[in-house]
Design a protein around this ligand. Structure first.
Ligand SMILES: NC(=O)c1ccc[n+]([C@@H]2O[C@H](COP(=O)([O-])OP(=O)(O)OC[C@H]3O[C@@H](n4cnc5c(N)ncnc54)[C@H](OP(=O)(O)O)[C@@H]3O)[C@@H](O)[C@H]2O)c1
Length: 334
């Protein structure tokens, strides 16, 4: 049996990607085979196919420890798949799987060590994944929307756990109209927290529709925040980068109350928390699913692309520009 998949054989920009026909994976114990219907895109996808530093370092140290790998390293690292988040229908169940059956409609994400990625990718007509990487799809959404939930569920669930978000908090969230931020805003609002979301002026109405007080990025962000609420800011979740961790400290927060999804050495030295899926657990899938089922979280689709090489290259180019509203999705017609 053959499948179609996006793969690459060297690190680089979108031009390294290829659409290939390959043998389907062998189904292992505790895995299910999923006929993929849609794939949600995340910035981590392109960070990985560009060759994040950790991946290059891992490969270098492996070669130091096993000199023969200097000659076979490409074979061991490549070809690699692309993409993590998916939705689809289970078409085969492996030994030891107890919670899922053939025909179940599921969403999920391919889990790897932080920053490293895996050899398999979600951008394929079929994938084999562990039952701990999937959950049943909420009944009220379609495959395109469900495909965006995996990384977001683990990231937001993990981050809010790490910074101890509660209903009494007033939280600032940066990049609040993006793939993670837009879900984090609604999640925090559903908990009862007061949320200030930072994005461009153009997204102010969108942020309001999510339940946040909109704050435009640019100059005087701190003053805008202080003018927008009389409540003291108690937490900050940064979905953009270091400047917003600095903002958290300027607002008087301690490092333990600042979470960032985008680490840098200075952020960590100052005591802010690098967080996300690393602080998640399986229940975060279920929590997200319930939030979507009861309408507390709705997902905005920025754009839906075809499962063609040209569309996928274009999708990642656009995602990299950093102004996605909600999530980008690739639909896999089968
Ligand atoms: N720690 C982890 O494991 C983990 C997990 C998930 C994600 N992440 C990282 O978290 C980041 C966000 O992911 P994402 O999927 O949400 O990305 P995304 O969808 O591409 O984020 C786009 C958002 O960034 C906003 N933005 C652009 N320029 C900004 C600025 N100068 N200040 C504030 N916001 C700005 C955009 O607002 P406008 O459109 O209004 O400009 C939009 O809301 C990425 O770097 C990703 O790799 C890390």
């Amino acid at each position: 049996m053959v499948i179609k998949a996006i793969q690459y054989n060297d690190f680089g920009n979108e031009e390294v990607l290829d659409l290939v026909t390959v043998e389907a994976q062998v189904l292992l114990d505790h895995q299910v085979r999923v006929r993929v219907c849609s794939v949600g895109l995340n910035p981590i996808d392109y960070k990985i196919f560009e060759g994040v530093k950790q991946l290059r370092m891992l490969s270098f140290f492996t070669k130091l420890r096993h000199p023969s790998k200097w000659f076979e390293s490409k074979k061991s690292l490549f070809p690699r798949g692309v993409g993590r988040d998916f939705s689809g229908i289970i078409c085969e169940v492996g030994k030891g799987v107890s919670n899922f059956s053939v025909g179940d409609e599921v969403f999920g994400t391919i889990i790897s060590a932080p920053g490293l990625g895996t050899k398999k990718g979600a951008l394929a007509t079929e994938i084999c994944v562990s039952e701990t990487e999937i959950a049943l799809m909420p009944k009220n959404i379609d495959f395109d929307h469900a495909a965006t939930m995996g990384v977001a569920a683990l990231t937001v669930g993990g981050a809010f756990r790490k910074i101890g978000l509660s209903k009494d908090d007033t939280i600032v969230i940066s990049a609040a109209s993006g793939g993670i931020g837009s879900i984090a805003v609604q999640y925090a609002v559903s908990m009862g927290a007061t949320v200030l979301g930072i994005a461009s002026k153009q997204n102010a109405d969108y942020l309001k529709s999510l339940g946040a007080i909109p704050i435009a990025y640019g100059e005087n962000v701190k003053d805008s925040i202080l003018a927008a609420t009389s409540k003291p800011i108690t937490k900050l979740l940064d979905c953009y980068g270091r400047e917003y961790v600095d903002l958290g400290f300027e607002l008087g927060l301690k490092g333990e109350n600042i979470g960032t999804l985008v680490p840098s050495p200075s952020v960590i030295l100052r005591g802010a928390k690098f967080t996300g899926p690393r602080h998640s657990n399986y229940d975060d899938f279920i929590t997200m699913s319930n939030l979507v089922s009861n309408g507390d979280v709705s997902i905005h689709l920025d754009k839906v692309y075809d499962f063609s090489l040209s569309d996928i290259k274009e999708a990642y180019k656009e995602l990299r520009m950093g102004h996605t509203k909600g999530k980008k999705v690739v639909k896999i017609e089968q």
